[in-house]
Design a protein around this ligand. Structure first.
Ligand code: AMO
Length: 435
């Protein structure tokens, strides 16, 4: 009896037997008296040998990327990949002849520019180097989840269509929702906070939307936000400690689960220090003023060049590829941010810089209802649109905090990608809505 589908990687276990292989025609080599078909499946490559003249003629019309089912005998051959090949095959095409790919999918270096890759993403992503970042992203998310699952967090899934913006400063997409005004969620911020009141500790991985009006190598209009929120923290430092452990688990998971992809892309998986160094925003500005030709003091935020400067400083002074910048000015943080006790113009919040780029934002939040009303009033905002959000705070919320990590930025920094679009499946931005 012929077993069900066998994967290329398992072929040698079936030596001497008949098997069924299914996959894509990866390469075809037609010689005078033999045709070699290299078949690709998710586990690797296998070699199929045709010597019968009519079978060889039947292979004439087969183009690379056509999906095939092959039934034949597994025969040992030390010259074949994996030491085995399939002989006396019966070959069936499961789809019509495949159209030629936009570029050679299996040349070691990608012979195409980023726009070509993105235009042809459904097939271009089959290239091992273009696929690898997404396998690394998957391994990262697996590490994120397992770190939080073992720490008593519950995974949640919250709406992506919302009635009010949460991230002041970030741009929001307005949509028509059955005749009412609605927005695409910029963050699960409100919901993850509310869910602290239910589960104490929650996390979410999901899409968020930012109407980014400019085209940069680090901004997308839709990205994947890895969100965490936890109750009963005394300040932002406890949140930073959780983030540190989560990053270590992500790095570890990448090393273990995506070893092949890391080797292919020459990924340098970072060592996450036991204690990630930190610098207060005010001290960071002093440092920049002292060591660069710009004096940023008085500015409410860090410029990208200053983030790169601080990252380089952390690597030099502390041997760390990660740096926490804490205490960002309240003026630049959203209304839910908790101020720094004793220095109310600063906040109990942080950014985490990784290899020169902001990777994470987080902090402690306000947790008392009256504090929210005050904060909104100080910003000249009505509490009305936030009524649903604020409801949680009228029913007892613990001191809490959390963070959000941009998955595509993490993968881009890991893989050394020059553009975040290289680590995004089907990116959405100012100029791109397809494929
Ligand atoms: P923030 O707006 O800083 O914080 O976003 C958190 C992280 O998301 C990533 N990021 C982006 N990635 C790609 N394209 C974009 N346009 C983009 N914008 C942001 C960055 C950033 O550090 N609610 C807060 C988080 C919190 O406090 O829990 C928030 O969304 O890696």
């Amino acid at each position: 009896p012929v077993p069900g589908r066998v994967l290329a990687a398992d072929l040698s276990r079936h030596a001497g037997h008949d098997v069924v292989l299914e996959g894509w025609l990866h390469r075809k080599r037609a010689l005078k008296s033999v045709v070699f078909l290299v078949l690709r499946d998710r586990s690797g490559l296998s070699q199929v040998v045709l010597t019968d003249p009519s079978a060889m003629a039947g292979a004439d019309g087969l183009t690379e990327e056509t999906v095939l089912r092959v039934r034949g005998t597994v025969t040992e051959n030390p010259q074949a990949p994996g030491g085995c090949e399939v002989t006396s095959p019966e070959v069936t095409a499961l789809s019509g002849p495949a159209a030629a790919p936009p570029f050679d999918l299996y040349r070691p270096a990608v012979p195409a520019t980023l726009p070509t890759v993105l235009d042809h993403a459904p097939v271009a992503l089959r290239h091992p180097r273009l696929r690898a970042p997404h396998a690394i992203a998957a391994a990262s998310v697996a590490g994120f989840r397992s770190a939080l699952d073992t720490r008593g967090f519950t995974e949640i899934h919250t709406p992506k269509v919302v009635a009010s913006a949460t991230e002041s400063g970030a741009n929001v997409f307005a949509i028509d929702w059955f005749g009412s005004d609605a927005y695409l969620a910029q963050s699960p911020q409100f919901f993850k906070q509310a869910m602290v009141g239910v589960f104490e500790r929650v996390y979410e991985t999901g899409p968020v939307f930012r109407a980014e009006p400019h085209d940069t190598a680090r901004h997308l209009a839709q990205y994947t936000s890895l969100d965490v929120e936890l109750g009963f923290v005394s300040d932002h430092r406890e949140v930073m400690a959780v983030l540190r452990d989560v990053l270590a688990a992500m790095a570890d998971s990448v090393t273990r689960r995506a070893a092949e992809e890391c080797a292919l892309l020459d990924v340098d998986v970072p060592r996450v220090p036991e204690r990630i160094p930190e610098i207060h925003f005010a001290d960071a500005q002093e440092l920049i003023a002292r060591h660069t030709d710009k004096d940023p003091r008085g500015e409410p935020d860090l410029a990208p060049a200053h983030e790169r400067f601080l990252s380089a400083w952390a690597l030099r002074e502390h041997g760390s590829e990660f740096l926490f910048v804490t205490g960002y000015p309240m003026a630049k943080r959203p209304f839910y941010t908790h101020p720094e006790p004793g220095r109310e113009e600063y906040s109990n919040s942080f950014d985490l810089l990784f290899r020169g780029l902001e990777l994470v934002t987080g902090g402690q939040r306000l947790h008392r209802y009256e504090d929210y009303l005050d904060a909104l009033q100080r910003r000249g905002e009505s509490p009305e649109p936030y009524a649903g959000y604020l409801a949680a705070f009228r029913h007892g919320m613990p001191p809490h905090g959390g963070f959000a990590l941009g998955l595509e930025r993490w993968t881009a920094r890991l893989t050394g990608a020059d553009n975040i679009r290289r680590t995004t499946l089907f990116p959405r931005d100012l100029h791109r809505l397809t494929p």
